[in-house]
Design a protein around this ligand. Structure first.
Ligand SMILES: Cc1cc2nc3c(=O)[nH]c(=O)nc-3n(C[C@H](O)[C@H](O)[C@H](O)COP(=O)(O)O)c2cc1C
Ligand SMILES: O=C(O)C(=O)c1ccccc1
Length: 366
């Protein structure tokens, strides 16, 4: 976060070259309280900071003379081809960043690459306006106390053509985000969940979550979700090997190693730092995805070398959206893709299957 300058400093007017450029440009355009909501984490934001810092503790060990001038970034996950090992993480209320919201995100993503967009339970555009537009759409599910509402959301998404469900398991309630408390953050008028029926009182997300989220879920929730929908179930928010095993035993088709971008329990480790433990426990039984702090193409290489099959990117996509609408989203994803292929080529990695732990050296190790 150190690269982010003060508002109105004129940065970001030249064509953005990095995700940090997009972050600066977004910050200059967004109301400060909205920026804080998007950017902030829980507590002292130790986990938020750790997510990005963890990537900087690894160095790459290139192999030379590998004929890797045109690396192949394609992969297959849950039976679908992805152009690159990247997806858009679920982030509530994209209309906070741009009036077209998730519709702009989907359009911008499709222009960059065929990779999934995971829409939040709190997406601010109707799911029917997001599917069938060139990229797979997955639905993130918060399991609410009112299971009929959750079921209705899932059935609606399935009818619309959503291809997988991402069950978030790290949020019995929302973490204590001090920036939002200090700002008295409320959603601006008109920013509402477009796919949830009934009710209002959404304006303070943390109050709403306390009232509506089911805070007492256990692993049987997977069987319940399975009874509601035949779609693949991805469990998001696992941080230990033991929980990854329980997720697999409960029937998860994939697991997202995530600390919710440092927004839930402050003091948990960086996702990158728990990935090896989880990869060992999962032992290849399900694909592992990772999110949190991915800001450069080479970060994708690092995560894959430690056992992820793909990564999800959250805040940077919203930065692109705020900075330039669909074109900004395309720009963010293209930068990540260009940086990834550049790093693969220079590291002698022809295809994702070539990526092994040998590609890395942890700083300080000999
Ligand atoms: C503003 C914001 C809203 C989010 N909303 C959701 C959500 O509705 N559901 C969810 O599972 N995760 C949500 N997340 C967490 C992201 O899916 C993801 O785990 C995290 O942002 C990844 O870290 P990154 O932002 O460093 O890439 C949200 C994150 C942010 C920043
Ligand atoms: O999940 C989140 O991090 C989040 O910020 C959120 C916001 C609104 C509704 C639900 C979750």
């Amino acid at each position: 976060m150190a690269a982010i300058g003060p508002r109105g400093d004129g940065a970001g007017e030249a064509a953005p070259l990095t995700l940090a450029d997009y972050a600066r440009s977004a910050r200059a355009r967004l109301a400060p309280a909205v920026w804080d909501f998007l950017e902030g984490g829980a507590g002292e934001e130790r986990t938020l900071a750790a997510n990005t810092e963890a990537f900087d503790r690894y160095w790459l060990r290139p192999s030379v003379l590998r004929g890797a001038s045109r690396p192949d970034t394609a992969t297959e996950i849950l039976g679908r081809r992805w152009d690159a090992p990247l997806a858009v993480a679920p982030v509530a209320y994209h209309t906070l960043a741009h009036p077209a919201g998730e519709a702009a995100t989907v359009r911008g993503t499709a222009a960059a690459a065929a990779v999934p967009v995971v829409i939040s339970t709190f997406a601010s555009r109707a799911v029917e306006d997001l599917t069938g537009r060139g990229v797979p759409v997955w639905l993130q599910v918060y399991c609410l106390r009112d299971r009929a509402v959750t079921r209705g959301l899932v059935e609606r998404a399935e009818r619309a053509g959503v291809e997988a469900l991402v069950l978030t398991v790290d949020a019995p309630h929302l973490g204590r985000r001090l920036r939002d408390v200090r700002n008295g953050f409320r959603l601006p008028a008109g920013v509402v969940p477009a796919n949830l029926t009934g009710g209002d009182g959404f304006a303070d997300p943390s109050v709403h979550a306390r009232e509506e989220f089911d805070p007492d879920l256990d692993w049987t929730v997977l069987a319940w979700l399975r009874s509601v929908s035949p779609l693949p179930i991805v469990v998001k928010g696992v941080l230990t090997g033991a929980d990854a095993v329980l997720a697999i035993e409960a029937g998860a088709d994939a697991v997202v190693v995530s600390n919710h971008g440092g927004r839930q329990l402050d003091g948990v480790p960086a996702t990158l730092d728990v990935l090896p433990e989880i990869a060992e426990a999962a032992a290849g039984r399900v694909p592992l995805l990772l999110d949190g702090g991915v800001r450069r193409g080479r970060d994708v290489l690092t995560a894959l070398a430690l056992g992820a099959r793909a990564v999800l990117v959250g805040r940077p996509v919203l930065h692109g959206l705020a900075a330039g609408g669909p074109d900004g989203v395309t720009g963010v994803l293209r930068i990540l893709l260009d940086e990834l292929t550049d790093a693969m080529s220079l590291a002698g990695v022809r295809a994702l299957a070539d990526i092994t732990p040998d590609l890395l050296r942890r700083s300080g190790d000999r």
